[in-house]
Ligand binder design. Structure first.
Ligand code: BDR
Length: 311
């Protein structure tokens, strides 16, 4: 069982990822969620995290507020994809669960120090709060077991600009800090998430589970996919977030390489681009396991089975 801290700005695809994790309690112990500013502002992402814990019947999992902005840049949001609340689609009740008082950055620091070598950081969002934690408490770098992040793109280029993936574009300085911290890191970029398409049959299988969480996930994804279906013209929209727990549970479903990935901070056309040294042309250190391909049928099978274990 892995001990997880989840960094998240839900976001329908991230809601699917979080529910997938909660549906696999033998695999994961969730120590807390850190709400991040990203897809929508921090107030909404906090509320969305609380709503999801209520939906999953997990009021015991604490939710912490992270930083309200990226480290340097103004916040760029994606309401055009996720709707004005960031989690549009199903009608989820206002949560009764309360936000924790401790700041998300301090939660990361205290938890990693309390469990040295045991914590996996599951990053579904811009990685601001981990980067700030590393700046505030550099000793935690060697105490984090692993970072597994939905972040970046190379072969599939960008989804918010021509060259940058959204989570990296929102806070490239944060991604740069994390990728240079010497922590074991796996990246699930658009190259693989774009292979995981939510076809009508897959959404129907979620709905057919008949439980609250299966139906709500199908409704969320139907909402957010409208934008991507128009944009890409594919049969289903990419489903990003669940690649992170799927990789942790079933790495054999994926393939990739240990390579150098560096973040472009200054480019006028390429800010936030993750430059992947796929052919190992440079002597930059191999800092990331970069996942390039995955098996969509096995992925949806695992996701749907996990959702089926929930209320
Ligand atoms: C990422 O961007 C967000 O809009 C999604 O929730 C996902 O985390 C994909 O680029």
């Amino acid at each position: 069982q892995r001990k997880l801290i989840i960094l998240t700005d839900p976001g329908q695809d991230q809601a699917a990822a979080i529910l997938m994790i909660l549906g696999q309690p033998q695999a994961f112990e969730v120590l807390g969620l850190v709400a991040t500013a990203g897809n929508i502002n921090l107030d909404h992402t906090i509320n969305n995290c609380l709503k999801l814990m209520e939906l999953a019947g997990r009021p015991d999992i604490p939710v912490f507020a992270g930083c309200p902005h990226p480290i340097v840049r103004p916040l760029v949001m994606a309401e055009h994809v996720h709707g004005p609340t960031g989690l549009d689609g199903p009608d989820l009740p206002q949560p009764k669960i309360r936000l924790q008082e401790k700041h998300g950055v301090d939660f990361i620091i205290d938890t990693v120090r309390a469990h040295p070598g045991e914590i996996t950081i599951c990053s579904l969002s811009p990685i601001t709060n981990l980067a700030v934690a590393l700046r505030k408490a550099p000793d935690i770098a060697e105490k984090i077991a692993e970072v597994v992040a939905m972040l970046g793109a190379y072969f599939e280029v960008g989804n918010i600009t021509s060259t940058a993936e959204f989570n990296c574009y929102v806070d490239p300085e944060a991604a740069d800090i994390v990728l240079k911290a010497g922590i074991k890191t796996t990246m699930l970029p658009l190259d693989v998430t774009h292979q995981m398409r939510s076809t009508p049959a897959r959404l129907q299988a979620m709905r057919a589970l008949g439980n609250k969480c299966g139906i709500a996930t199908a409704e969320m994804l139907e909402f957010s996919e409208a934008f991507d279906l128009k944009k890409y013209g594919w049969e289903g929209a990419p489903l990003h977030g669940p690649c992170v727990p799927a990789f942790m549970m079933a790495p054999e479903m994926f393939s990739g390489r240990q390579i150098n990935v560096s973040v472009e901070l200054n480019g006028t056309l390429t800010a936030g681009m993750t430059v992947a040294d796929w052919w190992q042309i440079t002597d930059r250190p191999k800092n990331v396991f970069y996942v390039k391909d995955g098996d969509p049928a096995a992925y949806y099978d695992l996701l749907i089975r996990s959702l089926g274990n929930l209320p």
